[in-house]
Ligand binder design. Sequence first.
Ligand code: F6P
Length: 369
Amino acid sequence: MTHSSIKRIAISTGGGDAPGLNAVIRAVVLAGLNRNWECYGIRDGYTGLLLPEQYVDGGLIRLTRERVRGITHLGGTILGTTNRNSPLHYPITDPSGNIQYIDRSDELVRSFMLHHLDALITIGGDGSLAIGNALAHKGLRVVGVPKTIDNDLDRTVVTFGFDTAVAFATECLDRLHSTAASHGRVMIVEVMGRYAGWIALHAGVAGSTDVILIPEIPYDLQKVVAKIKARDEQGRNFSIVVVAEGAKPKGGEITIKEKIAGQGERLGGIGEKVAADLSALTGKETRVVVLGHLLRGGSPTAQDRLIALRFGAAAVRALEEGQSGVMVALDPPNVNYVPLEEVAGRMRAVPLDCDTMMTARDLGICFGD
Ligand code: F6P
């Protein structure tokens, strides 16, 4: 399909929301309209096409200039999103009440054809990009845009949403210093990030924390205790510990809040465990702050807006050039395209020899190892 044969494109936002989603939507729509393409948004991932009867607008909304005006700075997504109901693994309840999972991707491709949608721009994390990859294999023209506050996607230097999450976490860490110092306490700050420690590492270094615990380095709490005691001996009677939700002790397990059928696990709770153990081992007062979904909210930073707008426009250019089955990726100073195949289902952990890790160690930050 050439540029001239594209008449209608659809946009989908999937997985957990991230600041910058609306900026991508705006860039895609304006760049698409400038090429005389009609632009449509699918409600809640792909639910708008799979269960259209649930929506007063039929699950597919026409995206006009007016509809995307003034949304660049808004958090969330005007289309809605979901991290449930993957079309590849769609839950249905059988007559005896048991949940079965079926592949509805062929039905989804048929729905695209029925609506005369020539191409899809899918904005999401590993799950959404894996769905995009499967749809591309079924003949749909697909371009992916990497989104997640966790920054754990492969083949792009950064995902949009990450900078906003790090900026907010850093501000929280800054604020905790004065109260920690005033009370001589150990403050434990739990941040999201799934199985990668990007948010904890970047916010921890920028926010001058004393300890950073990340999934990539199973920790030995005695090392953390030694760090806190050393600070006490230097007259610094407080400490700030940032712990990624996916962190785990050496030889121990990750802390799971909830197991969700067909969807995997929700992480959370490690902050409380670390706080209880540190309190017992140091005799110091500890307090826990869980930043959780606050990291996903708010207005995107200028950097996230810019990356999101660049990604959106580059996705449209990719379709215009006839590309499909690719993801836009930041490769400074450019945005380039990488095969979805090489991204789908892969996770990027923090490399232990990266410059930010070395900087943290040079600053004397303890990783519990
Ligand atoms: O992937 C983004 C993320 O916020 C993770 O950091 C976190 O583990 C997860 O989503 C939380 O998902 P939910 O929105 O289902 O609570």
